[in-house]
Ligand binder design. Structure first.
Ligand code: GLC
Length: 531
């Protein structure tokens, strides 16, 4: 795969939250047909693949991450025929389609769970994690990521079932071979249809301590939610054998891939999920989601993952997704407008690794302050309204029309579309050659055209404080990138030679003739291709 252009390494992937992309049937919620109608936007932008968050039948306790049928489409989003049409039309444009696969838990309405909970002797009892209580309480001290104990008592059978997330999301038992086979069959169901790959939800959770031992308390300052060190309820070493078998299912099909949500903040642990090229193809590295706007911090995170990545491994980079506040909001600045979002985009699209974009970031969408009476995310209820993820899940803004912004014709979309700064919509930005949207497009095109940018080696370069600079090299091709995170102009001495092309984050800026000493304006980035 290293010689030719490999889509999942060298391409750009774009995450779509189906509820919020395009509503084709006027019910205020996005759907698969809506996504199909917007494929031209994705083709114009130049992205190589999409990742669709769950659209399978679901009671929507966690908006689709509680799956009640792994091999179907929820009527809210359409039908399997709609999925097939979307896939075919995406492929016709050269766009791959990857979908979410949620193996750690199903919905409590999934027929498997209904059967499992029916009696202690049910043939599917062991497909989930059932235990007797301890001293009248839950079997151990594990807590749910979404608040409260990770165990729910079932009065009918007198036992407790494990749920790492909501009580409506019982954990599947991957130590049961029949369950494992059934979940592999789910993968085959979608692979047989031509699906190009999977984003695997919380993959580091599918193996837990078989003895279900208590987690130890978290020492002051240690990482981990709920005052515990999560040594027994996630990231059990057995996960790697499970992953190798999942990988074998994918490898029976040409050119498919799996990216895992390995929600661990130790990059050394994340890198292990790549195995020896026999586990995940890609593992999300979420370190950027916690980086303050500081060039030195970004440099440190990039160099750290580069050092840990196995020789055949390949990094991923992500700034926003459906679970964290959008980076345009995290890095907002009172007077710089979208300058930081531009620098962030240049970084994301010029590092070594697969960039994952989140729908709406290309137009600089900010988090929306959703009024309390319109909050939807269960976390607002189970944890705290301030922890609701609704603000980053609001619908895509296609044009400036009121009230639906081209997203819906319904009077009220499922989440409000704004407020957003003026000009935060696709139509307005397409009409403006200097917009953030065009910068994304130009960066993606530049990256595609130059092997140094999509596959070259990475090396950080010395630069003044506040600047993150690096070079990318591939077979004689060389590019340098200099990103000024600061809000004052700066000169960066790179001694890098004659410039043959490139881009500035500021539209219309002339590029320097040489990259020996680059004058960057406040919060400006440049990528320069060297002669
Ligand atoms: C992942 C998803 C998140 C979901 C959780 C439970 O973290 O990204 O949205 O709530 O898994 O499935």
């Amino acid at each position: 795969m290293s010689g030719e252009r490999c889509w999942w390494r060298h391409g750009v992937v774009y995450q779509i939250y189906p509820r919020s992309y395009q509503d084709a049937n006027g019910d205020g919620v996005g759907d698969l047909e809506g996504i199909r109608r917007r494929l031209d936007h994705l083709a114009w932008l130049g992205i190589d693949a999409v990742w669709l968050s769950p659209f399978q039948p679901s009671p929507m306790a966690d908006f689709g991450y509680d799956v009640a049928d792994y091999c179907g489409v929820d009527p809210l989003f359409g039908t399997l025929a709609d999925y097939d049409r979307l896939l075919a039309d995406a492929h016709a444009r050269g766009i791959r389609v990857t979908i979410d696969w949620v193996p750690n838990h199903s919905s409590d309405r999934h027929p498997w769970f209904l059967e499992s909970r029916a009696s202690r002797t049910s043939p599917k009892r062991d497909w989930y994690v059932w235990r007797d209580g301890r001293d009248g309480g839950p079997p151990n001290d594990w807590i749910s990521i979404f608040g409260g104990p990770a165990w729910e008592h079932d009065p009918a059978t007198g036992q407790w079932y494990l749920h790492s997330f909501l009580r409506e999301q019982p954990d599947l038992n991957w130590r049961n071979p029949e369950l494992e086979r059934a979940m592999h069959d789910v993968l085959r169901f979608w692979l047989d249809r031509g699906t190009d790959g999977f984003r695997i939800d919380v993959i580091h959770r599918i193996a837990k301590d078989p003895e279900l031992r208590d987690n130890p308390p978290n020492p002051a300052g240690g990482q981990g939610y709920g005052g515990q060190l999560h040594v027994h309820d996630e990231n059990h070493p057995d996960v790697h054998a499970l992953l190798r078998r999942i990988r074998a299912v994918l490898d029976a099909y040409p050119d498919r891939m799996a990216v895992g949500e390995v929600y661990l903040f130790d990059p050394a642990e994340v890198a292990k999920y790549l195995g020896r090229g026999d586990e995940l193809h890609l593992a999300f590295n979420f370190s950027f989601l916690r980086c303050p706007w500081d060039a030195a911090v970004f440099r440190r995170e990039v160099e750290r993952f580069e050092a840990l990545c196995p020789p055949d491994g390949w990094p991923t980079w992500v700034l926003s997704n459906h679970d964290v506040p959008r980076h345009a909001s995290r890095y907002d600045h009172p007077t710089l407008g979208d300058a930081r979002a531009r620098v962030a985009a240049m970084m994301l699209l010029t590092l070594r690794g697969t960039p994952y974009l989140y729908a709406g970031e290309e137009i600089g969408m900010r988090n929306v302050a959703v009024p309390p009476d319109r909050l939807q995310d269960p976390l607002a209820r189970t944890l705290h309204p301030a922890l609701s993820r609704d603000g980053e899940r609001t619908p895509m803004r296609w044009d400036a029309s009121e009230p639906g912004c081209g997203f819906t014709t319904a009077a009220e979309p499922w989440l409000p579309l704004g407020p957003q700064p003026p000009g935060t919509d696709v139509a307005t930005q397409r009409a403006d050659r200097g917009s953030l949207l065009w910068l994304y497009r130009d960066l993606i095109a530049l990256r595609r055209e130059h092997p140094a940018l999509h596959r070259g080696a990475f090396r950080a370069l010395d630069a003044p404080e506040g600047v993150f600079a690096y070079e990318r090299t591939h077979e004689g091709g060389r590019a340098v990138v200099a990103l000024n995170f600061g809000d004052a102009p700066v000169e960066v001495k790179l001694g890098a030679g004659r410039v043959a092309g490139g881009l500035s984050t500021r539209h219309g800026r002339a590029l320097p003739d040489t990259a020996d000493a680059i004058a960057l304006a406040a919060c400006e980035g440049m990528v320069l291709l060297l002669a």
